[in-house]
Design a protein around this ligand. Sequence first.
Ligand SMILES: NC(=O)c1ccc[n+]([C@@H]2O[C@H](COP(=O)([O-])OP(=O)(O)OC[C@H]3O[C@@H](n4cnc5c(N)ncnc54)[C@H](O)[C@@H]3O)[C@@H](O)[C@H]2O)c1
Length: 248
Amino acid sequence: MKVLQNKVALITGGARGIGKAIALELAEAGANIAITDVAPQPEMESTVNEIKSLGVDALAIHADAVSFAQAQQAVDQIVEYFKRLDILVNNAGITRDGLLMRMSEEDWDLVMNVNLKSVFNYTKAAIRPMMNQKSGKIVNISSVVGVMGNAGQSNYSASKAGIIGFTKSIAKEVASRNIQVNAIAPGYVETAMTEKLTDDQRKLLTDAIPLKRTAQPKDIANVVKFLSSPDSDYITGEVINVNGGLYM
Ligand SMILES: NC(=O)c1ccc[n+]([C@@H]2O[C@H](COP(=O)([O-])OP(=O)(O)OC[C@H]3O[C@@H](n4cnc5c(N)ncnc54)[C@H](O)[C@@H]3O)[C@@H](O)[C@H]2O)c1
């Protein structure tokens, strides 16, 4: 039997990038998958078909992670369809980089809402079915810059640091219900979010990474699988750095 056989996992921002890699990894491990995203319908359908080709069931729901009402609706729809919810991966995220002097209030609010409020929205909506089942796994995708900071990313870093405080608090709140809540702080991962870097910027960055390579989405998905499985049942409130040694 596969390690996540018959489990149901929800991945926010699961249509592409790291979220898609996580969806495929958990599906390979036997979990049925729901993704929520604001990506175009054809892209969501294509991801769902790829997941289904691995022999599990999958559902795509168009939902803006910023809206609590849409998060609640999505979770209700998933529980109605699959009859349970075992794993929540809060992955949806964006960047709106700029030095503070030039950062608009809109860019601050948008990043905090998409990256941090979404984690509140989905965790609050998912915690009830998990409590009823007396088990659950929540994995929040933070970032290396949430732990070490980065010039030009004060909004993004603050949102990712906020996820860490939230993770530890909720881990304490729900530990007695057999729900484990952890975070992953990825380093530089090759996705649409990071493709804007010039070759020079990329070389500088790679030189600073002890393992001398950037991450592939699967490097992050592997750790999500571990934190979603019974192998990590005694780990909660933890932040796992997956960054090639960039920050230790
Ligand atoms: N790529 C990196 O180097 C890196 C490093 C550390 C952390 N992260 C984090 O990993 C997560 C995934 O990043 P990625 O690199 O795959 O980015 P990506 O841009 O490739 O994918 C992000 C996904 O989130 C979705 N999304 C955006 N806004 C949304 C909203 N309001 N509601 C629902 N879905 C929404 C997008 O449509 C997309 O499918 C993010 O939280 C990001 O901050 C990425």
